[in-house]
Design a protein around this ligand. Structure first.
Ligand SMILES: Cc1cc2nc3c(=O)[nH]c(=O)nc-3n(C[C@H](O)[C@H](O)[C@H](O)COP(=O)(O)OP(=O)(O)OC[C@H]3O[C@@H](n4cnc5c(N)ncnc54)[C@H](O)[C@@H]3O)c2cc1C
Length: 287
């Protein structure tokens, strides 16, 4: 299948890309790894007249430490996140998530910025980005702004990034020594997208869970925070019984959708199972 005809542009700076977005408006689309946009174009679900390729812009890829934060360029591929020594030592959860995305070709082409901007309801990163309390940096005609993960995912394939903005960076807090974190997903057998996925970040102090941050993807139209689980596990010992009881609340606040992958009941059940597994693995990972 072939996409509809388009003009292809290769800006050399973010400012040039922004000028092109301003010039072509609704007729333009940014291109990152192309692993969500090009399939949509081939199916004619998206027919941009102008494709603005971000790959020639220097400085949008790579991971650097910036104080207590990992600053990850929006064009950093899933493979580069998975194999980054800084990610491995400072926020292993994110590498774990990247390593479970799709197949090697998808991981070598797809980018963290493209995945987050696309906001596929079954994408893996969003659960982790919420659980980690990350921030996304967007640049637009009015300058730079930072968007918190909790305010980022607005709905199906919709984020807080404006049509005149480019996401340039994802800022992820470094995980401290008393923090355990894990991501568990039930992958679709063909695509590896998350039928459901749960990321858990737990701070353990004096044998109790002092803070819990849980992100959920896959089950609904957008990734969300599992507030019921967070409330139920905070202050508990993180033993099998308290984890099981908290995991039962995983579907709370999630607009669980029945689809080809399963009924609402089945996906709600999966959420409980994978919330339990993610919390167990997070507790076990605390050194
Ligand atoms: C076979 C297959 C299996 C997959 N399996 C999984 C999986 O298991 N888990 C998973 O999470 N994902 C999966 N994916 C999706 C994959 O991770 C994509 O790479 C990702 O969703 C989009 O990233 P991209 O860099 O390819 O973005 P593109 O496809 O280039 O762009 C996607 C959208 O984001 C916009 N965009 C891109 N970059 C920016 C930016 N910097 N600023 C603002 N807007 C931007 C584009 O305009 C476009 O609308 C799979 C894809 C395929 C083809």
């Amino acid at each position: 299948m072939y996409p509809a005809q388009f003009d292809y542009h290769t800006p050399g700076t973010v400012q040039e890309a922004l000028a092109m977005l301003g010039q072509y408006n609704d007729d333009a689309k940014l291109l990152a790894g192309g692993h969500s946009l090009l399939p949509a174009m081939k199916l004619r679900l998206s027919q941009p007249k102008h494709l603005i390729d971000l790959r020639k812009i220097p400085g949008l890829s790579g991971v650097r430490e910036d104080g207590g934060v990992l600053a990850i360029g929006a064009m950093t591929t899933h493979y580069a996140v998975e194999t980054s020594p800084a990610v491995k030592s400072k926020c292993a959860l994110l590498g774990q998530v990247a390593g479970q995305i799709g197949d090697p070709m998808v991981r070598n082409m797809g980018t963290i910025g493209g995945s987050l901007a696309h906001a596929d309801p079954a994408a893996d990163y969003p659960a982790a980005i919420i659980a980690l309390g990350a921030e996304m940096v967007a640049e637009g005609p009015k300058g730079k702004r930072t968007i918190k993960a909790d305010d980022f995912f607005l709905g199906l394939l919709t984020t807080a990034i404006g049509p005149d903005e480019v996401m340039t960076e994802v800022r992820v807090p470094v995980l401290g020594p008393k923090i355990g974190a894990a991501y568990m997903k039930f992958p679709h057998p063909a695509s590896r997208f998350a039928v459901v996925g749960v990321a858990a970040v737990l701070t353990i102090d004096a044998g109790k869970i002092a803070k819990a941050s849980i992100g959920i993807t896959g089950a609904g139209t957008k990734a969300v925070r599992a507030k019921g689980v967070e409330a139920a596990i905070t202050g508990k010992a993180g033993d099998a019984a308290s984890i099981q009881a908290a995991a039962e609340r995983a579907p709370e606040g999630v607009d669980v959708q029945a689809d080809l992958q399963g009924s609402e009941e089945y996906k709600s059940h999966l959420l409980k199972v994978f919330a339990k597994r993610a919390m167990e693995a997070a507790v076990a990972s605390v050194k």
